[in-house]
Write a protein that binds this ligand. Structure first.
Ligand code: ADE
Length: 225
């Protein structure tokens, strides 16, 4: 899978994909992430990519030309399956969206900044608008990092134990059960016996029960869905 990211602050995206699981995915050639500085497509020698909004009001808006020129040029290497704009007024990001996106081959993510991007780019180019939560970040970069992380780890072959993503919270509309490691007795707090008795069927039942309990307690809305 190839993911291109368009941003005015590429430095913000230097580290998130260079560690741990996503680093391995890139090294294995399963994931390619290219961060592009939108200023490469600036409209003048002052590197301008934004301007005041029509109708007045505080905050700059990213102009349509740099974005359109960037998308047209990048798309010469292959048409995007999805052009995503990160924005707080987008569709809330869920595990289901991550699952669907992990099956795509070629994605572009546009990070907004300032007041956002010119509406005409949203109308003409963007195929999907994503919000990572009901709060406003200073730009779309951290949100894009969240989305790339969530989908990158789902690409087949990325996780060592491929089945492990199947048991993540949200994959079956339940939160994940608690997990324990050594020591079996930590300052008097013991690991639930069932986990140390070696009966896989009982362990599975216990985990499912714990998932249900946890979901009912913390996210009853998920059980109503
Ligand atoms: N840009 C600013 N805030 C955002 C959010 N909550 N989700 C996605 N992109 C954003």
């Amino acid at each position: 899978m190839k993911i291109d990211i368009l941003t005015v602050v590429p430095d913000l995206l230097e580290s998130p994909f260079s560690h741990s699981i996503l680093k391995r995915a890139r090294e294995k050639g399963l994931l390619q992430v290219n961060v592009h500085n939108l200023r490469k497509w600036a409209i003048n020698k002052h590197m301008q990519v934004d301007d005041y909004q029509f109708g007045g009001g505080a905050g700059m808006v990213i102009m349509p030309e740099p974005l359109a020129n960037a998308i047209d040029e990048l798309q010469q290497d292959g048409k995007y399956d999805e052009i995503i704009f990160m924005t707080p007024d987008g569709k809330p990001f869920t595990q289901k969206t991550a699952n669907n996106l992990s099956l795509k081959e070629n994605i572009l993510i546009i990070c907004g900044h300032y007041k956002g991007i010119d509406e005409r780019i949203r109308q003409r180019y963007v195929t999907m608008e994503i919000s990572i939560g009901d709060y406003v970040l200073s730009g779309g970069e951290l949100a894009a990092a969240v989305v790339v992380d969530a989908i990158g780890r789902l690409i087949p072959g990325v996780l060592n134990d491929e089945t492990s993503a199947l048991f993540d919270s949200f994959q079956d509309n339940l939160l994940a059960p608690p997990v324990y490691t050594r020591p079996a007795d930590f300052r008097g707090d013991k690991v639930p016996e069932i986990l140390t008795q070696g009966d896989p069927k009982k362990v599975e039942e216990w985990r499912h029960e714990q998932s249900l309990l946890r979901t009912r307690e913390r996210r009853p809305d998920m059980l109503e869905e």
